[in-house]
Each structure stands twice: as structure tokens, then as C-alpha cells.
Design a protein around this ligand. Structure first.
Ligand SMILES: [Zn+2]
Length: 195
């Protein structure tokens, strides 16, 4: 079955998080009726992003260069390595301005039922990165959801087995929350009070 252009646009918009049938329709009609010029620009921006944005080879966050800006910055504190689930979580931590170490981005969290295991989140790469000389503390800043907690637990054990110290963001970040949606003050606090 092939969709007409309008249906196809709506179906594509529905792939975005939080966008259901109604919002997708609203966006499509809005663009067609009020902002046609934005349509090719949007298409161009999407194509450019998909082509240019890759992953930093060191921390796995999004980056247009082989090394992201954080990994390429020699002024950061090499003793600290903060593990987050997503580039959005990393951005949230960066916005607090209270963390000066480096990152490792899992690009997910353990979820065996969805086929996400230790290989998919790059545990081997993380362990190698954490074992590099100079790293003194690995801060586990995975989300406070059941899967985020399970991921932190597995990482703690794997790091411990290699004699690497890890800490966890302090509670205070509400249970069940994704870091990117938590206010900056709370994240900064959870970072300072880590244990
Ligand atoms: Zn990086």
C-alpha cells in the first residue's frame, strides 16, 4: 500500500517521540498552510544532520568530528569519567556547569527484553576507557528508572571486578526520571552528593 504525500508526511512525523496522530496532523497542516518555505529547509537540515553527525570515537556522544568537543578539551579533569545513557543526558549535565570531567555515553540502558545487552551499550569499551591511566572515579549517572538502576548495578559490579571505583548520582533525582528532564539544580546537587 502506498500512501499519498500528506499521509506519508503524517506517518513520518508520528515517529517522533511524543507525537501522536493529532499532533502530526497539526504539524503537517501547519507547514502546508502557513510555512511552506520551512519544508525544504527542514528536509535539508534533517539530511545534513543525518549525514554529518556521527559518534565521538572516545565517548560515543554525537559529534561531527572524530573527537567531540569535550573529549578534545585537555582542560577537563581526567580523573573523572561520568557514564550517562544518552547525549541528551550528557547535555543536561553540561548545562549544570558543575562537572568538569569526561563522559562515556552508553546510547541506551540494559533492557534484556528489548534485546539491549552489555554489548549494545558498549560495556567492554567503557571498561577499557575506565581502566586508562589517570581515571580515579567513574560516576554512574544512568537514569533512576528500573532499567537505569539495573544498568548502574551491572556496571558497578563489572568495574569493581577490575578494581575500579564507581559512584552513583545521589538520590534527590526523582525515582523513575530521565536525567534530561530533571532541573539543573537537582542534577548539580545529585552530582555533588554522589556516593
Ligand atoms: Zn567524546
Amino acid at each position: 500500500m502506498s500512501l499519498n504525500a500528506l499521509d506519508s508526511l503524517i506517518e513520518t512525523l508520528k515517529r517522533l517521540p511524543g507525537v501522536g496522530q493529532k499532533s502530526a496532523q497539526r504539524m503537517a497542516y501547519h507547514l502546508l498552510q502557513h510555512d511552506r518555505l520551512a519544508m525544504p529547509r527542514l528536509a535539508e537540515a534533517l539530511t545534513a544532520a543525518a549525514e554529518r553527525i556521527k559518534h565521538c570515537e572516545r565517548c560515543h556522544t554525537f559529534s561531527e568530528t572524530p573527537l567531540c568537543a569535550v573529549c578534545a578539551d585537555p582542560q577537563r579533569d581526567g580523573r573523572l569519567l561520568c557514564v550517562v545513557e544518552t547525549p541528551a543526558d550528557q547535555a543536561a549535565l553540561e548545562r549544570t556547569g558543575s562537572y568538569r570531567g569526561y563522559y562515556f555515553v552508553l546510547l541506551g540502558r540494559l533492557s534484556p527484553l528489548d534485546g539491549v545487552g552489555t554489548r549494545q551499550i558498549g560495556v567492554a569499551e567503557l571498561l577499557a576507557r575506565a581502566a586508562e591511566p589517570g581515571v580515579e572515579e567513574v560516576i554512574l549517572a544512568t537514569s533512576f528508572t528500573a532499567e537505569g538502576e539495573a544498568t548502574a548495578h551491572v556496571l558497578t559490579e563489572a568495574l569493581k571486578a577490575r578494581g575500579i571505583t564507581s559512584t552513583r548520582l545521589a538520590r534527590g533525582v526523582p525515582v523513575g526520571s530521565e536525567l534530561e528532564y530533571v532541573d539543573l539544580g537537582t542534577i548539580a546537587h545529585a552530582l555533588t552528593d554522589r556516593r
